[in-house]
Design a binder for this molecule. Structure first.
Ligand SMILES: [Zn+2]
Length: 291
């Protein structure tokens, strides 16, 4: 256990807060509060083509309304491009990364990057991290331990994009270190990012946080809920009922008699148990909950 505890919720501004993202926010918040730690909000706005105007402000406002109070000002990845560039330069200079000019079409049938540009000195914009041929073990505070063969399962991966934007993996790792994050609590959709991030942290000589991946809320077809659609309970529920629903989905059982939002949070912080989080959320059955 790292001390002092610092956790974060890091949404992309690609739509409104929805029940799926709220679960990550609540789980990360309660882990931080339970450990007398700090909880931060970071907006991951480094992919302008995917952004929806106004959604960052909307997410921050919704979190406040729901009683999730951050301990520091909200940070925005778009302000940190210089730090990401510095990290990439460091990796290139130390030969831990290389420039890659392969097109998507060229790589279409390759399960992992085949190493085409590894030994070339190209002028291309995109940069890949060179992965070593070895195993990497990911320990998770909730999920079972996973083993990855870096070269076979992952391959040299992109850390700077061909359109001259930092790649997600690089930005996350640089910011988690800069913000002193000691534990990352997020959805299982990012579980396969974790070995990449652990490896990047090694290459950059950065401290490694602990990881906890909560299950994903899916629709009736088993797809991840990625936006707030018409059926999302957050459209209908008052803050207290929305947090109650999130707590119940996370396996916590707040007493029915608590009807006040602040008192619900007090109860949740005092009684939060990671081991009660289910390994899977119910699927379509949550649709329309709280109507
Ligand atoms: Zn290449």
């Amino acid at each position: 256990m790292h001390t002092p505890y610092r956790g974060r919720f890091a949404p992309s501004p690609t739509g409104d807060l929805h029940l799926g993202s709220l679960l990550s926010a609540v789980a990360s918040y309660l882990q931080a509060r339970r450990h007398n730690g700090q909880w931060l909000i970071r907006i991951e706005d480094i992919d302008p083509p995917r952004e929806i105007h106004g959604s960052a402000a909307g997410i921050v406002k919704d979190l406040q309304t729901l009683g999730l109070q951050a301990d520091e000002a909200v940070s925005y990845q778009s302000n940190n491009t210089a730090a990401y560039r510095q990290a990439v330069t460091h990796l290139l200079v130390s030969a831990k990364a290389f420039r890659c000019s392969c097109s998507r079409k060229q790589l279409k049938n390759a399960p992992v990057y085949p190493g085409n540009c590894r030994k070339l000195q190209l002028d291309a914009c995109a940069v890949r991290l060179k992965v070593a041929t070895r195993q990497l073990t990911v320990i998770d505070l909730l999920q079972t331990t996973r083993e990855y063969a870096l070269a076979e399962n992952i391959g040299d991966f992109i850390i700077w994009r061909a359109d001259d934007l930092p790649a997600y993996q690089l930005a996350v790792v640089v910011d988690d270190a800069a913000m002193g994050i000691t534990e990352v609590v997020r959805g299982c959709d990012l579980q396969d990012s974790t070995p990449r991030q652990l490896y990047l942290q090694e290459c950059l000589g950065l401290p490694q946080p602990d990881y906890l991946h909560i299950p994903l809320l899916t629709d009736k077809n088993g797809r991840k809920l990625s936006k707030r659609d018409n059926d999302d309970p957050l459209n209908r529920l008052q803050p207290q009922a929305a947090i109650r629903l999130a707590l119940q989905l996370l396996g916590q059982q707040p007493p029915l008699e608590i009807s006040d939002l602040d008192k619900l949070w007090d109860w949740a912080i005092a009684h939060w148990q990671v081991r009660n989080i289910p390994l899977q959320f119910p699927t379509s059955s949550i649709r329309g909950l709280g109507c």
